[in-house]
Design a protein around this ligand. Structure first.
Ligand code: ADP
Ligand code: MG
Length: 256
């Protein structure tokens, strides 16, 4: 017996086929208008469901990633700082390193686009179906130091599980708390064993990291594992933030 549209809607909801539900009326009209074979209509209807599921999955992955913007390399101006390692950035963006369980360190001057590139790589990873976690390092570590033990265990697990972990602006505040340094050591160590990638960005040269960690043996083991199977991208140049602020000042006399 033929179902009414209401019954069809209800059944699609019951079967969790909201992608079909969303476009069905259009597909019915389309089929009538073009008198296409059933198999063609059916393929379109299935594709609608697939499309919706994929985009929902991507949305969910993006929300879980901790990113605050969908950065891309398309809107990056490579002429502004011609010394940036452009080829290495695009290589990173292919995400081959995630498959290999390798790491990347993006080190250099403030405002040169380190976070932008790291976010673009992270966003690309969500599009390619990887589980990723982007964190501003200092606030994540501060949160960890202030948490109760069971909460700390949860945070630790959340740092180990993703295929790619991005620690943005490590050592922004120079010295980090002992608990944070231990967390960093443990995360680097365990992800190294699991062959899961880490991307770190920092304004601080690697040679000084020992000072900020407060314990040189520990910084040695952290660096050992971060640097083994890793690429180093050095960002030399002038600050894009300053350029934007100067342009704003010239335009309307305000800085924010
Ligand atoms: N070459 C560039 N082209 C376009 N935008 C840039 C460029 N470099 C930096 N930016 C922008 O300037 C701002 C600061 O860059 P950011 O990536 O946060 O720098 P960093 O992390 O190195 O301090 C961001 O809004 C970023 O998108
Ligand atoms: Mg930054």
């Amino acid at each position: 017996m033929t179902m009414t549209m209401t019954e069809i809607d209800r059944t699609l909801r019951e079967l969790r086929l909201s992608g079909i539900g969303a476009t069905l009326e259009t597909r019915i009209v389309q089929a009538q208008a073009s008198q296409q074979p059933f198999i063609e209509t059916f393929s379109l209807v299935l594709q609608d469901e697939l499309d919706r599921r994929r985009s929902r999955l991507m949305d969910r992955r993006y929300k879980k990633s901790g990113l605050d913007e969908r950065a891309t390399l398309n809107d990056f101006d490579w002429r502004f700082n011609p010394k940036l390692p452009r080829a290495a950035c695009f290589e990173l963006h292919t995400l081959k390193f995630v498959g290999d369980g390798a790491n990347a360190l993006i080190i250099g001057k403030p405002g040169t686009g380190k976070s932008h590139v790291a976010k673009a790589v992270t966003y690309q990873a969500t599009l390619q179906g990887y589980d990723v976690l982007y964190l501003e390092a200092d606030s994540a570590f501060a949160k960890y130091s202030l948490s109760k033990p069971e909460e700390q265990n949860k945070i630790m697990r959340s740092l180990l599980e993703p295929d790619l972990l991005v620690l943005d602006d490590l050592f922004l505040a120079r010295r980090i708390a002992d608990a944070s340094a231990e967390l960093l050591q443990s995360v680097v160590h365990q992800r190294y064993k699991l062959r899961r990638s880490i991307v770190v960005t920092s304004n601080r040269v690697v040679q000084d990291w020992g000072k900020y960690l407060g314990d040189n043996t520990m910084s040695g083991t952290i660096l050992d594992r971060l640097m083994h199977r890793s690429v180093l991208l050095e960002f030399e140049g002038k600050s894009y933030r300053l350029k934007e602020a100067t342009a704003r000042l010239a335009r309307d006399g305000t800085v924010d």
